[in-house]
Design a protein around this ligand. Structure first.
Ligand SMILES: C[S@@+](CC[C@H](N)C(=O)[O-])C[C@H]1O[C@@H](n2cnc3c(N)ncnc32)[C@H](O)[C@@H]1O
Length: 370
């Protein structure tokens, strides 16, 4: 006998999938608001890819930067966007419907709620722009699930994901993803550094630390903190330049190598893996956790920051978006806290806890103690 909850859900499914009930729900005074909400939500699922392409067009045409300077009428926008009046009207109508722009007095258009938020978060615009590759890979999602179509656009964008010799990647291979990560790192760093104070620590090693954006944010908050960064050689060189530009070279050491082939540096009492672990399949992720454990002293801390699957309020991000994103990329998977906790125990960590961040959609935080 199935549990009561299963039986109730089966009953619900039978009722909801009956066309007679659907007709009744849309006309009943009590049921129709719920039916309308459900219909809207289902329509959003069907049409989501079109919404995303409208957003991509707005970002690529620089609509939000143009409107940031102030509202404009359709004629002026047509000239700015270099689109015909008809195309401009079509784009603005769609952007209006999606809350990306709003109508203003005198037939002008200004930023909408979402448009204004995108102006504040340039990193999201950079993410949207790179979605071109993801759209290409998801053109046949069933083939991708069956492993028949290897996609390839995202794997090319993130060449370390499937390559056997990531340490050999050159400057041109890493430039675009490193810039994207840097642009979208600011918000993540704020979440992590707000949720966990580094005040009691001496040296932070950021593994897979990109061009050093996270370490720069940590250094600003913690003037006495020493910094270490480990990443692929071509990325570590970018970080070195960044630390010099930020006047942090005296506090920072950079190490180039592959964490699957080369040892991590010693000396840190806190290590961070920010948006790194979910990139890798289980065996490689386990190897990485073990490598981190080996360089931490007893009582040292590992911070794992990434969107986790099964996070309340962020289920779509962890489960749907990252699930399919990483499949298209060719390695890794979003994990739930329990999955990562089991891997941490296996790697020799003594304890781990999930720390709430203000916006789990951007990142969750796991604090593990060696
Ligand atoms: C998704 S990015 C995250 C970057 C940064 N932590 C952030 O959140 O902005 C993953 C990082 O891991 C690095 N990485 C991937 N494979 C690596 C490897 N085998 N050894 C060292 N670094 C690696 C990449 O170069 C990249 O900088």
């Amino acid at each position: 006998m199935w549990p009561l909850r299963d039986q109730l859900l089966s009953f619900r499914d039978r009722v909801l999938s009956d066309p007679r009930f659907q007709r009744f729900a849309t006309t009943s005074r009590v049921m129709s608001p719920i039916a309308r909400r459900q219909a809207r939500s289902l329509f959003d699922l069907c049409a989501g890819f079109v919404y995303s392409q409208v957003l991509l067009a707005c970002v690529e045409l620089d609509l939000f930067r143009i409107l940031e300077a102030g509202p404009l009428d359709a004629e002026a926008l047509s000239a700015e966007l270099d689109l015909t009046p008809e195309a401009t009207s079509r784009l603005l109508t769609a952007a209006l419907a999606l809350g990306l722009v709003d109508r203003r007095g005198g037939g002008r258009y200004g930023l909408g709620m979402h448009g204004a938020a995108l102006v504040a978060n340039k990193g999201i615009q950079a993410m949207v722009a790179h979605h071109r590759a993801l759209y290409r890979d998801l053109a046949d999602p069933v083939a991708l699930l069956r492993g028949e179509d290897q996609g390839g656009a995202l794997a090319g964008y993130w060449p370390y994901a499937k390559g056997d010799t990531p340490g050999a990647l050159g400057e041109a291979d890493v430039a675009s993803y490193t810039q994207l990560m840097s642009a979208s790192q600011t918000l993540v760093a704020e979440q992590v550094l707000h949720a966990y104070s580094l005040a009691g620590h001496d040296t932070l090693l950021d593994v897979g630390g990109g061009d050093g954006t996270f370490l720069c944010a940590a250094a600003r908050r913690n003037p006495g903190l020493r910094l270490q960064l480990f990443d692929l050689p071509a990325v570590a060189r970018r970080a070195e330049t960044r630390f010099e530009q930020e006047g942090l070279a005296i506090r920072a050491q950079t190490f180039g190598g592959s964490f699957f082939d080369d040892p991590l540096p010693n000396g840190a009492d806190v290590v961070s893996l920010v948006r790194v672990l979910h990139d890798h399949d289980d065996d490689r992720a386990q190897h990485l956790l073990r490598a981190v454990r080996n360089v931490l002293p007893r009582g040292g801390v590992l911070l794992i920051a990434e969107p986790l699957a099964g996070t309340a309020g962020a289920e779509r991000m962890g489960g749907a978006y990252f699930g399919f994103y990483l499949m298209a990329m060719g390695s890794g998977r979003p994990r739930e806290f329990a999955d990562v906790a089991a891997m941490l125990s296996k790697a020799g960590f003594a304890a781990q806890r999930l720390v709430r961040t203000a916006v789990p959609l951007q990142t969750s935080l796991i604090v593990a103690t060696a």
